[in-house]
Write a protein of this length. Structure first.
Lengths: 281, 795
């Protein structure tokens, strides 16, 4: 038996090794390199301590982008979770809707450039929507740009979230729900006291994934507005993109480290709250 | 405990090992196949070489390649029409009969005058359209007189006989080097289809013999032995037809040859007369084919195009030089043939094999520009031909057809610079100059410029625009400026944009545009050419200046269309949309002169010229002296004048701004390249886009212009435009000394260099439209621009 179990950890390691190597080579090591660069000047490569971090925190463009990114996350995340869950519940309740499940995944499969083209045709000043409404609203300027971006983000990620919620709903024990119904519980009570608590674990996963996706919103916005969008749609990725193009690698590295720290802290905080809620702490 | 029989254990183990082995073998095979890949072409530009001999690019350890030698010539400004071997040496035929005999001795090649007095007596008073000469001195030529084409055959004895085999139809002549002139005449139209009638003229007797009709629009004919190669492009199809002259029949197509020349045939309809050349080898083994990519040897109906000379390493790859003729002689070093090449500039070069030097130079100098820049391209080609020990490679960030945006190209460049693999020479047009200076990417060129300025004279008023804190990080190779054209009394008092807008508002025209700009984009670009900067000394957006600029643009826009109805405006815009040259620097002077975005030298009429507008604005951005010839002649004819347009002070737009990467590993060579690109020798010998920054070069060019060939510079004929019944010819004269002095005074009076940050410029152009056409208030637009620019400046 010992001989049999002596190699277990090794075989586990062998299975994990390709994944670990991949993460190290493509994520961890580059991140460590970025961390190192954040303490050096960009081209002359002289050590400058925390000067880059100070420059980033004092930079108006970065602060503007950080504010709008936080605002974007604060608005879009709850909306995405709620709308996704609502649709999943509807699909769970009305099986005929499941036939249309694939349709919600189309936005994820469509190339970003094609999506942008369609939305531009639809939402442009001389676009289809304005033509239908008889108005001349510029949906890509000012505050409208923010809501436009939020709409595109939710539309694009809804299918992904929906699939995750559906899987979670399928895992809710049917017997418990049936027992609750027999005891006279209504739909709302069943949802809030049985279904929702069962979904908490998945909710955490979906929230974290959606939060990380918020930081990646860029491509569609860039294709619509170019490198300098309206201020309301100016997110962190824009800053990094423009710093890269302007050879401000030092600021970009510092900004990336700060963003990663914030994202990481948020995830840990959420985990703590979730675990506390589940009584694990 | 139940145990497996030993045989079963053995089978299981064997099966496991076999499975592992099989998997391992499959994986290894997949990796090997993936790594192998197709065999790569070794030519540096990925040409059509399947191998190379004596040149091109193989491993740097390979030795031997062809080296270019410039041949000193007496009549450089005369178009070289042909080059072929004769008993005494190499005959170089030029326009107007300024021929030379190239004779080689142990110390190089010398050019001896070979002027035919019989021909010169006619040529000095006529503007020759085309001409061909044979080795016995016979010629066939054509000129235009009173709007009519006149053709003559001159015998070897000097007798001029009228030759009108094709009547009035256009004809092109080639000397076949087989005792005949070949003449082609294009018939038909794009709609009905083209045919080319081919005949040949005996150089001894002048007797004309019809050969056959070619059912295509032939653009080039080459005779090699018994083969006649006819390159054609009729707009739908292109290729090379091969005929047997003795058999009077068309032969099978040579697919390899056609494929090799496809892109040159496709692009050749309206550009180069000789997009490629074919010459026979004297030993009769195959033909030599010359394209921009280089010189190739090919056996007719063979499968290989063997690269002999790499185009990018010599003047063959220089797009500013149009090759006109080529010949091959034997007896070069190591038994290798010698290639002689003539260019439209009148220059001739030869390529001689040198087995002592590497096949590909070891030292690479990279020259980078965001967009294609002909000034730089010519500099690269010239510098390369003078430094065969270097490999000077010109790279463009946005190559044609690859779908990249400017941002993509800038990011790629940023990546290269960040990794230490940046280009050695940067052309700063479109690149963030101030940002690069701030980050210490560019080398300080102050000392280099001081050395240059000590030896030659430069337009310091233009070059100084790039100084930052007393240091100079880029030097423009040329610059452009804007002229306002109209009646002298009208344009005399216009000293700024405010007066210009007021003038337009006060003008009355009968249903036509006042200045022919009409659209928001054109007005913005035209006005931006002369406008002051929009950023103040603190680096903030100057809202007041921007507000003023957009308000004036709005006034000009309204005034320009005031006399026209909406439909008339749309019609006029549509009519001009395909014709007008539309660049960052706005309209060109050719827009008004020719009404066509292609430089079309034979279209001029009242209704085209100025489109009936009392005023026009355009930039002098091409070959400055040629533009001046046309400008002065046409304005004089129309009773109008021109002046440099200004907004308070006089601005110019710098082009081809050269800088050196501080991290370059070949700084010495990179600096030397800049010195070459800015020196008088180079700038006076090429056709630059814009005025050369080197004053000595400009003055030399002006001197050559004054010492021009006899007769007019060119001529233009009126197309029937519905307003005149007869056709009229306008002779374009050479600019006089007074015209050139006026130009020089204008250039010396330039006060500032109009350099605007690309991002700010693009934002103003993009958002300014709404202010110009009245969709939004000017103040609202300035707010929107300020918001966008605020973020940019904050970054």
């Amino acid at each position: 038996m010992r001989k049999k179990y002596g190699f277990t950890w090794l075989s586990k390691l062998m299975f994990l090794l390709p994944g670990i190597l991949g993460i190290c080579v493509f994520t961890l090591i580059p991140f460590l390199d970025v961390l190192k660069r954040s303490f050096y000047t960009s081209l002359s490569k002289e050590f400058c301590g925390l000067a880059n971090y100070r420059a980033v925190l004092q930079n108006q463009a970065f602060r503007l982008a950080a504010y709008h990114t936080a605002r974007f996350a604060g608005v879009c995340l709850p909306l995405l979770l709620v709308v996704g869950l609502g649709l999943a519940l509807a699909m769970d309740r009305y099986p005929f809707l499941e036939k249309w499940k694939a349709m919600y995944l189309f936005p994820m499969a469509m190339p970003g450039a094609s999506i942008v083209l369609v939305w531009k045709l639809f939402f442009a000043r001389q676009g289809l929507l304005n033509g239908f409404l008889g108005s001349r609203i510029d949906f890509f300027q000012g505050e409208n740009a923010f809501w436009m971006l939020a709409f595109i983000y939710i539309w694009r990620n809804l299918g992904y979230t929906l699939v995750l919620w559906l899987a979670a709903l399928k895992a809710v024990p049917g017997e418990v729900l049936e027992a609750a119904r027999m005891d006279g519980a209504g739909n709302a009570e069943s949802f809030f006291y049985i279904t929702l608590p069962c979904l908490k674990g998945n909710c955490f996963t979906i929230t974290v994934l959606s939060l990380l996706n918020v930081f990646k919103v860029f491509r569609e916005a860039y294709l619509i507005s170019g490198p300098y969008p309206p201020a309301e749609a100016y997110l962190l990725q824009y800053v990094f993109h423009n710093w890269y193009a302007n050879l401000d690698f030092d600021k970009m590295a510092a900004g990336a480290v700060l963003s990663a720290a914030v994202a990481g802290s948020t995830v840990l905080l959420l985990k703590r709250i979730w675990d506390k809620g589940e009584g694990k702490l | 405990m139940k145990t497996e029989p030993k045989s079963l254990c053995r089978i299981r183990r064997t099966y496991k090992y076999n499975k592992s082995t099989i998997l391992a073998v499959l994986l290894a095979a997949a990796l090997l196949c993936g790594c192998a890949g197709p065999l790569q072409d070794s030519a540096p530009n990925g040409g059509i070489s399947q191998g190379s001999s004596g040149g091109g690019a193989v491993a740097s350890a390979a030795m031997g390649r062809y080296v270019e030698e410039q041949i000193p010539a007496n009549y450089k400004s005369y178009y070289a029409t042909d080059i072929f071997p004769v008993e005494e040496g190499i005959y170089l035929a030029r326009n107007q009969g300024m021929d030379e005999l190239l004779v080689g001795d142990g110390q190089g090649v010398k050019a001896q005058e070979l002027l035919s007095q019989d021909f010169l007596s006619v040529a000095e008073s006529k503007a020759m359209v085309s001409m061909s000469v044979a080795e016995n001195g016979a010629r066939i030529y054509e000129y235009v007189e009173g709007g009519q084409r006149k053709r003559y055959f001159m015998t070897s004895a000097g007798e001029h006989l009228e030759w009108d085999y094709y009547g009035d139809g256009p004809a092109v002549f080639w000397y076949g080097r087989d005792g005949y002139f070949y003449v082609s005449s294009l018939r038909g139209s794009a709609g009905a289809g083209y045919t080319t009638a081919l005949c040949r003229v005996d150089v001894e007797t002048g007797e004309t013999e019809y050969l056959w009709d070619i059912p295509q629009a032939v653009i080039n004919i080459s005779v090699c032995g018994d083969y006649l190669f006819a390159g054609y492009n009729d707009g739908h199809d292109c290729g090379i037809m091969i005929y047997s002259i003795s058999g009077r029949e068309q032969l099978e197509e040579d697919k390899v040859l056609t494929e090799a020349l496809q892109k040159y045939l496709e692009g050749s309809m309206n550009t180069e007369r000789h997009p490629y050349l074919i010459a026979a080898s004297q030993t009769g083994e195959g033909v030599y084919v010359l394209t921009r990519e280089g010189l190739f040897r090919h056996v007719i109906y063979g499968t290989v195009m063997e690269q002999v000379i790499e185009g990018s390493l010599c003047s063959i790859g220089d797009i500013s030089k149009l090759f006109t003729a080529m010949c091959v002689t034997e007896g070069g070093s190591g038994g290798m043939p010698v290639f002689w090449l003539a260019y439209d500039s009148g220059e001739a070069v030869r390529f001689v094999y040198n087995k002592e030097i590497p096949a590909v130079p070891d030292t690479l100098v990279r020259v980078y520009s965001l967009h294609n820049d002909n000034n730089v391209r010519q500099a690269v080609a010239g510098y390369q031909s003078r430094h065969p020990e270097l490999y000077v490679r010109y790279e463009t960030g946005m190559a044609e057809g690859d779908g990249q945006t400017e941002e993509d190209a800038l990011k790629n460049l940023a990546t290269q610079i960040a990794t230490g693999d940046g280009p050695d020479v940067l052309v700063m047009d479109g690149l963030p100059y101030d940002s690069y200076v701030e980050k210490g990417i560019l080398m300080d060129l102050s000392e280099m410029y001081a050395r240059l300025a000590a030896e030659e004279e430069y337009f310091g008023n233009v070059a100084d625009g790039f100084c930052r804190e007393g240091k100079r990080y880029a030097i423009p190779a040329a610059f452009q400026f804007t002229v306002l054209m109209g009646e002298r009394e009208m344009i005399e008092g216009i000293d700024d944009l405010e007066e210009f807008a007021s003038l337009l508002e006060g003008l009355e025209t009968e249903g036509t545009s006042k200045i022919g700009l009409l659209t928001e984009d054109r007005i913005l670009k035209a006005m931006a050419m002369v406008s002051g900067g929009w950023v103040n000394e603190k680096g903030e957006l100057d809202r007041e200046a921007l507000n003023r600029f957009l308000s004036l643009c709005r006034r000009v826009y309204a005034a320009d269309r005031a006399e026209m109805g909406r439909e008339e405006v749309q019609e006029e815009i549509g009519l001009r949309a395909n014709r007008l040259w539309y660049t960052r620097h706005g309209a060109s002077v050719y827009d008004f002169m020719n009404g066509n975005d292609l430089y079309c030298r034979n279209t001029l009429s009242d209704s085209y010229c100025f489109y009936g507008n009392p005023l026009f604005m355009g930039s002098m951005g091409g070959d400055i002296l040629t533009e001046l010839n046309y400008l002065v002649s046409e304005l004089a004819f129309l009773g109008k004048d021109y002046r440099v347009f200004s907004d308070g002070d006089t601005a110019c737009m710098p082009v081809s701004m050269l800088a050196v990467n501080r991290a370059s590993g070949v700084q010495v060579e990179a600096e030397a390249f800049l010195q070459y690109a800015l020196c008088a020798d180079f700038q006076k010998s090429v056709v630059m886009n814009g005025v050369p920054i080197n004053k000595d070069a400009l003055y030399e060019m002006e001197k050559s212009s004054l010492d021009h060939w006899p007769g007019h510079y060119s001529s233009m004929s009126w197309n029937y435009d519905g307003q005149r019944e007869e056709s009229v010819v306008l002779e374009i004269e050479w600019s006089s000394g007074e015209d050139l002095r006026k130009l020089n005074d204008l250039l010396d009076g330039i006060d500032r260099t109009n350099v605007c940050d690309t991002m700010i410029y693009n934002t103003v152009m993009e958002l300014g439209r709404q202010a110009v056409n009245g969709e939004k208030d000017v103040e609202e637009t300035v707010d929107a621009i300020a918001e966008k620019v605020r973020i940019y400046l904050a970054e």
